[in-house]
Design a binder for this molecule. Structure first.
Ligand SMILES: *[C@@H]1O[C@H](CO)[C@@H](O)[C@H](O)[C@H]1NC(C)=O
Ligand SMILES: *[C@@H]1O[C@H](CO)[C@@H](O)[C@H](O)[C@H]1NC(C)=O
Ligand SMILES: *[C@@H]1O[C@H](CO)[C@@H](O)[C@H](O)[C@H]1NC(C)=O
Ligand SMILES: *[C@@H]1O[C@H](CO)[C@@H](O)[C@H](O)[C@H]1NC(C)=O
Ligand SMILES: [Ca+2]
Length: 614
């Protein structure tokens, strides 16, 4: 048996060369049909039929006063916070492996994401928001509010044949929300353990689940290859969902989310965790599974793999619009909190047999550079006091648990000790964030660690011996033909129209203004990696010595300042040592051959619950 570290290389690090060039027929046209006129909105059931009260500013009774709004959207009036107010519905949409540069609101026109953009501009663009560099640690952090070093989930991902899961001693986000009266559902990928049924989602706070248990699957046949094993990975609660064979995963999850929302009795608050597998790569025999007609829509993109990736993101964006529209149809949208987040930075240029982009940020998924950990994310809600902003508050994925718990009317002070910080007021009112530092990870097996404190970031060690420590495209700004950014399609998207109906309207001026603010500018042309701190003797060589960056002025991590600010470096090293002293050992375990799907009707299953029969 190979050690897990080596296996990860095999499972997760295909190079560009692994993607053979496949020719695709040119479609007749790349233009998307014009959106339906917004007139349909006025006849929507949500507007006249519902006597929706003006949303109170926050669930807290001790909110700070709302500062005068300077943004383009009107702040909701200050209704009296009332204990009797219905708790908001919470919809958390997690994308898998979506890069910083793969959403329209960060400045690229290459992959239009009108629904995401509409929510981002009419809510908050979370521009100083961090996740962990890979799937399992981020999901563990989201579910527990703890850094992965505090749950033993800090080293690589959880493999399907490992007899482990997120420790049962942890109380998870849906369990906390259940205590607040929520009906909790998960649709999509779990990736936090399934070897025994008590580790699976419906035993950990969720009332239903449709989706895979492992880290990835094929979007059409729903099997997961983790060499040498291969089996079906699609579950309806505990039952294998063979019947969905051939149906595209993103569509399956969207329809299930629509079904859950459509059947939901809105007098109970809903927590829907919609964890798409998109745009994570599939299996090696079809790395980037997409609908052909969606690929054809992106024929303007020169690179074929990137075109397929764009098609996957396109369906994901469409899904977001449909979910928002489903909430609107049920009159739930005005009392909803919607989060959209990636789980880690994008796998670019063939990493993981994928084609994401974090440009202009450095590194890829599975590295602790900004490209690996600075996440594309947004928060949308009519309950925000000052929507329509680019949020600069430092935020980490662990913060969602206390922040959403607070939005749900809970008291974060009553939660067990966690690393997350309640940022509800900071985000809602645009106040200083109580979070001043982010531990990106400490993985002593790979020998990497990174920590941000204020504007400073220390990076030590490298994954893949540093071979993925560079800057990768595409920027999407220098294609032979560059699309125009289509503001009308953003305003006219399903999410744009629904946001308007929910009282968070969009205007072209707001869109253009926020888009400019949200774009990362490194103060240099793409590819300008010159200067003594970049290429001279002081250049960052994290395998040899820790590097120091000012990520406020140098978000692209070009200039290593370790030699110039030794006292700062020492301070951050000490902080890293201090937090390291609180770490628990990684929980990774050798693969158990009993997990092999061929023993279990060719499914990935809860093998720890059964006697082996074959
Ligand atoms: C929704 O739940 C409330 C409270 O339990 C109940 O009174 C109402 O009848 C339910 N509505 C539907 C349509 O089931
Ligand atoms: C933020 O920190 C201040 C000072 O430590 C504290 O008084 C306040 O309660 C904190 N706010 C939140 C939301 O945790
Ligand atoms: C790691 O990279 C260094 C150069 O940065 C090289 O000298 C060394 O041989 C590499 N080690 C392995 C195991 O590839
Ligand atoms: C963390 O602590 C462990 C155990 O003492 C040690 O082996 C490791 O090198 C430390 N890692 C860092 C990044 O300080
Ligand atoms: Ca991921």
């Amino acid at each position: 048996m190979l050690p897990p570290a080596l296996l990860l290389l095999l499972v997760c690090s295909g190079r560009a060369s692994a993607l053979s060039t496949v020719s695709v027929p040119s479609p007749p046209s790349s233009s998307t049909p014009p959106s339906a006129p917004p007139a349909a909105e006025s006849s929507s059931p949500s507007s006249p039929a519902t006597p929706t009260p003006p949303p109170p500013p926050t669930p807290s009774s001790a909110s700070p006063p709302s500062p005068a709004s300077t943004s383009g959207t009107a702040a909701p009036s200050t209704a009296k916070p009332s204990a009797a107010r219905q708790k908001p519905h919470i919809v958390f949409i997690l994308a898998d492996d979506l890069g910083w540069n793969d959403v329209g609101f960060h400045g690229s026109n290459q992959i239009p994401t009108p629904n995401l953009d509409a929510l981002a501009y009419s809510g908050l663009i979370l521009n100083n928001y961090y996740v962990t560099p890979i799937c399992t640690p981020t999901r563990a952090a989201l579910m527990t509010g703890k850094y992965p070093i505090h749950t033993g989930m800090q080293h690589t991902v959880l493999f399907g044949a490992e007899p482990r899961g997120l420790p049962l001693s942890e109380t998870l986000l849906p369990q906390h929300l259940r205590g607040q009266g929520y009906d909790c559902r998960i649709v999509g990928k779990w990736h936090l353990g399934h070897w025994r049924r008590e580790y699976t989602p419906t035993r950990r706070g969720f009332r239903s689940h449709l989706g895979p248990w492992t880290g990835h699957h094929d979007y059409f046949d729903h099997t997961a290859v983790e060499k040498p094993y291969w089996g079906l990975d699609m579950r309806r609660d505990l039952r294998p969902a063979w019947d969905l064979h051939g149906r595209y995963s993103t569509d399956v999850f969207t329809e299930e989310a629509e079904r859950v929302i459509g059947a939901h009795n809105a007098s109970t608050p809903l927590f829907l965790y919609l964890a798409h597998v998109a745009p994570h790569s599939g299996n090696p025999y079809n790395p980037l599974p997409a609908h052909d007609e969606d690929v054809a829509k992106h024929d303007i993109i020169p690179n074929y793999q990137r075109r397929r990736y764009a098609a996957m993101v396109h369906r994901l964006d469409e899904s977001v619009g449909r979910v928002v529209e489903a909430l609107r149809r049920r009159n739930m949208l005005r009392n909803s909190v919607i989060v959209f987040s990636t789980d880690n930075g994008g796998p670019a240029e063939g990493f993981n047999i994928n084609a994401a982009s974090n440009w202009p940020l450095r590194g890829v998924k599975h590295t602790l550079w900004e490209g690996g950990v600075r996440g594309a994310g947004l928060l949308w809600s009519p309950l925000l006091a000052r929507p329509g902003r680019v949020s600069r508050q430092l935020m980490h994925v662990t913060d969602w648990l206390p922040t959403l718990y607070r939005a749900a009317g809970g008291d974060p002070g009553a939660l067990p000790a966690i690393d997350g910080v309640d940022l509800w007021d900071a985000l809602s009112f645009d106040l200083d964030s109580n979070r001043t530092s982010v531990l990106h990870n400490i993985d002593d097996v790979f020998g990497v660690a990174a920590l941000t404190v204020g504007q400073w970031k220390i990076v030590t060690g490298a994954t893949y011996n540093g071979t993925w420590d560079s800057w990768y495209g595409p920027s999407g700004r220098d294609d032979p033909v560059v699309r125009q950014y289509d503001v009308a399609s953003v305003v006219g998207s399903l999410a744009g129209k629904a946001a308007l109906a929910a009282g968070t309207p969009l205007t072209p001026d707001l869109v253009w203004g926020l888009r400019e603010l949200a774009e990362v500018n490194c103060g240099a042309e793409d590819g300008d990696h010159t200067g003594p701190e970049v290429s001279g003797p002081a250049a960052c060589k994290p395998l040899l010595a820790p590097c120091l960056f000012n990520v406020a002025t140098d978000p692209c991590e070009r200039r290593n300042l370790a030699n110039r600010f030794p006292a700062v470096l020492q301070h951050l090293r000490q902080m890293l040592r201090d937090v390291n002293s609180t770490a628990v050992p990684p929980g990774n375990l050798p693969w158990d051959p009993k997990a092999d799907p061929q023993h279990w009707d060719h499914t990935w299953t809860n093998f720890g619950d059964y006697e082996k029969t074959s």
